[in-house]
Design a protein around this ligand. Structure first.
Ligand code: ADP
Ligand code: MG
Length: 576
C-alpha cells in the first residue's frame, strides 16, 4: 500500500526534494536562534564582544532572509506537489472508471463514486503534501534541540524530554476522539449532500405530490444531526487545545523553576536558561506536527485505501489479446445458444437463445416486459458478457473483435434518451466529435429537427438545460437520432425508441427511424406492434425464450401469441 502511495511521488521527484531541502533550511534557522540569544547573554554582553555581535547579527539576518524565502517555497511548491499528486490520482481514477463495465455502475451509487473522487482524494493530498514535510521537520527539530540542549546541560534536558511521551500519549488519545468525531461530521455532511441531490433532482415529483413538507422534514433531520456532530467535534477540539495549553505551561514552569534553581547552584548560567525556555516553546510545535501527521496518515491512508479499492477492480470486459480490428462490416448477426444471467448466475434472463439477422434486414423483437429484450440488445455491443454460446458479427465471434471497433459499428436508440447538459450542437456532434458544422446540420436535417433548431433564437447553440429538460420528449429523441445519423453505424438497435412518446409524435419519429435504418442491419424492439408490421421478421420473446417467429402475415395466420397480442392492441386502438 505504502509503496503504491510513494509511486505517485516518482514523476515529481524534483519538487519533492526541493520541498524537503527548504523545509530543512526552515528548521535549521529556527534551531539557531536560541543559540544566538544564549551567546548574547553568556558572552557578548558580559565580555563586550562587539565584533561577535556584528558577526552574529549578520548571520541571523541572512538566516532569517533564507527562512522566509524557504517558507515561501515550501508553502507554494509544497502545495504544488500535493496538487500535482492529487491531479494524477484523479486522472487515474477517472480513466479507470471509464473502463469499468455496466455491471459496476448497476451496483454502485453515483453520489458515492463522486464522493470518493472528490472528498477522499482531498484527504490524500493533505497527506501527500504535508505528510513527509511534517514528519521530516518535526524529527529534525526534536533531534536538533536535543543535541543543542544536551550539550548545555543534560539533567535539565532529560527532564524536558521525559515529558514527550506524556504529551504524545495525550495528543494521540485526543486525536483519536477528534478523528472519530471528524469522520462522523463527514458522514453526516455526505448524508446531507445525497439528501440534497435526491431532493433537488426530484423536486418536480415532490411538487406534483405536494410533498414539499415531507422533503423539508427529511432534510431538517439530516441537517440537525450534522449540526450535532459538529457540536461534538468542537467540544473535542476545545479540550485538545486547552490540554496542550496546560501542558506547555507546566513545561514552561518546570524549566524556569528548575532552571532558576540550577542557575542559583551555578550548574548553568543565565544564557543557558534563556535558551532552554525558548526551546520549550517551540518544542510543542514539532509534537503537534507529529500528531497532525499521525492524523493525516490515518485519514489519507483510509482515503488511499478506498482509492485503491476502485483502482483494483479489474474491468472484466476487455479486449482479448489477439483481438482483431474491424474495418468494413456487412452486418450479419447471429446468436448461437446464448445464455446470460445478471449477478453471477443469480438472475438468468436468456438461455440457449438462437437468433439470426441477415445484413441489411430488419428484425423485430416483441414480448412482455421483463422478458429480456433490453438485455439482449446490450449483449451485442458487449455491455455485458454472455455466459455460454456465442454472438457472431459477420461470422466473427464478437469477443475476438476490438471492443471499440465493435461499438463504433452499433447505434443504440433507447426509450429514455440521455442528452448531456450543454448545447444542441454539443449533443449532436457527440456522434462524431470530428464532424464539422455542415455534417451536423445534415444529420439534423435527416432527423427532421433542423427546422425546429433554426427556429430557436440561438439555433444550434441553444442550451438545452440539465440532461435536456428544456426539450420535449420527441425533440430529445430526434436529437438522439441526429446523433446516430452522424455516427453512421452499419448496425442499429432500436429499443422501444418511441414508447415514451404520444401517438402523433410516434408516427412522425417512426418515419425518421425508418430513414435511419435504411441500409443498416436493424434490430427493433417495439411495444406497439403497429410500428413493426413491415419488419422482415418478427420474434416473440417470452421468459422461456423465443416462442414464435415469422413475418407479420405468417404470425397472424398462425393465430398464436403474436396474433393475440396484435388483436388486443388493435382493439384498443379502435376504441380510442
Ligand atoms: P425487457 O427489456 O424485455 O422489458 P429487461 O431486459 O430490461 O427486459 O430485463 C430482463 C430481466 O433482467 C428483468 O427481470 C430485470 O429485472 C432484469 N434486469 C434488467 N437489467 C438488470 C441489471 N442491470 N441488473 C440485474 N438485473 C437486471
Ligand atoms: Mg426493455
Amino acid at each position: 500500500m505504502l509503496r503504491r502511495f510513494i509511486s505517485y511521488y516518482k514523476p515529481h521527484k524534483r519538487l519533492f526534494f526541493i520541498d524537503m531541502f527548504f523545509a530543512l533550511l526552515i528548521s535549521i534557522s529556527d534551531l539557531v536562534f536560541p543559540v544566538f540569544t544564549r551567546k548574547m547573554i553568556n558572552e557578548i554582553i558580559p565580555e563586550g564582544r562587539m565584533d561577535l555581535l556584528v558577526r552574529w547579527t549578520i548571520i541571523m539576518t541572512i538566516l532569517f532572509v533564507l527562512r522566509y524565502i524557504s517558507n515561501y517555497i515550501v508553502s507554494y511548491w509544497g502545495h504544488l506537489l500535493g496538487v500535482r499528486i492529487e491531479h494524477d490520482m484523479r486522472r487515474d481514477i477517472f480513466t479507470h472508471l471509464q473502463s469499468l463495465p455496466f455491471s459496476y455502475y448497476d451496483n454502485n451509487k453515483t453520489g458515492h463514486i463522486m464522493s470518493r473522487i472528490v472528498n477522499d482524494l482531498r484527504d490524500i493530498t493533505e497527506l501527500a503534501h504535508h505528510g513527509p514535510e511534517d514528519l521530516f521537520i518535526s524529527l529534525v527539530m526534536l533531534l536538533g534541540s536535543f543535541i543543542v540542549l544536551i550539550r548545555i546541560e543534560w539533567k535539565l534536558t532529560l527532564v524536558l524530554f521525559s515529558a514527550i511521551p506524556i504529551i504524545i500519549w495525550f495528543v494521540i488519545s485526543k486525536r483519536n476522539r477528534m478523528s472519530n468525531s471528524f469522520r462522523e461530521v463527514r458522514k453526516k455532511i455526505a448524508n446531507v449532500n445525497s439528501q440534497l441531490e435526491n431532493s433537488i433532482s426530484g423536486v418536480r415529483v415532490a411538487k406534483s405530490f405536494t410533498n414539499e413538507d415531507y422533503e423539508i422534514e427529511k432534510f431538517n433531520e439530516g441537517n440537525l444531526s450534522f449540526s450535532n456532530a459538529r457540536k461534538e467535534s468542537y467540544k473535542v477540539m476545545a479540550e485538545f487545545a486547552s490540554g496542550i495549553g496546560i501542558m506547555s505551561s507546566i513545561l514552561n514552569l518546570l524549566v524556569i523553576s528548575l532552571g532558576g534553581y540550577f542557575v542559583y547552584k551555578d550548574i548553568i548560567n543565565i544564557g543557558d536558561l534563556f535558551s532552554f525556555t525558548l526551546y520549550v516553546n517551540f518544542f510543542m510545535q514539532p509534537i503537534r506536527r507529529l500528531s497532525e501527521f499521525s492524523q493525516q496518515l490515518q485519514d489519507g491512508m483510509t482515503g488511499f485505501e478506498r482509492f485503491i479499492e476502485i483502482m483494483d477492480i479489474e474491468p472484466d470486459i476487455i479486449d482479448r489479446e489477439n483481438a482483431m480490428e474491424l474495418k468494413d462490416v456487412k452486418g450479419d448477426i447471429e446468436f448461437n445458444n446464448v445464455s446470460f444471467s445478471y449477478n453471477n448466475g443469480k438472475n438468468t434472463v436468456l438461455s440457449n437463445m438462437n437468433l439470426s439477422i441477415d445484413a441489411g434486414k430488419t428484425v423485430a423483437l416483441v414480448g412482455p416486459s421483463g422478458a429480456g429484450k433490453t438485455t439482449l440488445c446490450h449483449l451485442i455491443p458487449r455491455f455485458y458478457e454472455i455466459e455460454e454460446g456465442e454472438i457472431l458479427l459477420d461470422n466473427i465471434d464478437i469477443r475476438d473483435i476490438k471492443i471499440k471497433d465493435l461499438r463504433k459499428k452499433i447505434g443504440l436508440v433507447q426509450q429514455d434518451v440521455f442528452l448531456f447538459t450543454g448545447t444542441i450542437r454539443d449533443n449532436i456532434i457527440y456522434g462524431d466529435p470530428e464532424a464539422n458544422d455542415e455534417d451536423v446540420i445534415e444529420a439534423a436535417k435527416k432527423a427532421s429537427i433542423h427546422d425546429f433548431i433554426i427556429s430557436l433564437p440561438e439555433g444550434y447553440d441553444t442550451f438545452i438545460g440539465e440532461k435536456g429538460v428544456k426539450l420535449s420528449g420527441g425533440q430529445k429523441q430526434r436529437i438522439s437520432i441526429a446523433r446516430l445519423f452522424l455516427k453512421n453505424p452499419p448496425i442499429l438497435v432500436l429499443d422501444e425508441a418511441t414508447s415514451a412518446l404520444d401517438n402523433e409524435t410516434e408516427i412522425m419519429i417512426q418515419k425518421s427511424l425508418e430513414d435511419l435504418s435504411k441500409g443498416r442491419t436493424t434490430l427493433v424492439i417495439a411495444h406497439r406492434l403497429s410500428t413493426i408490421k413491415n419488419a422482415d421478421e418478427i420474434l416473440v420473446l417470452t421468459a422461456d425464450g423465443i416462442a414464435e417467429q415469422g413475418s407479420h402475415e405468417n404470425l397472424i395466420e398462425k393465430d398464436g401469441l403474436y396474433a393475440k397480442l396484435y388483436k388486443s392492441q388493435f382493439k384498443d386502438l379502435m376504441q380510442e
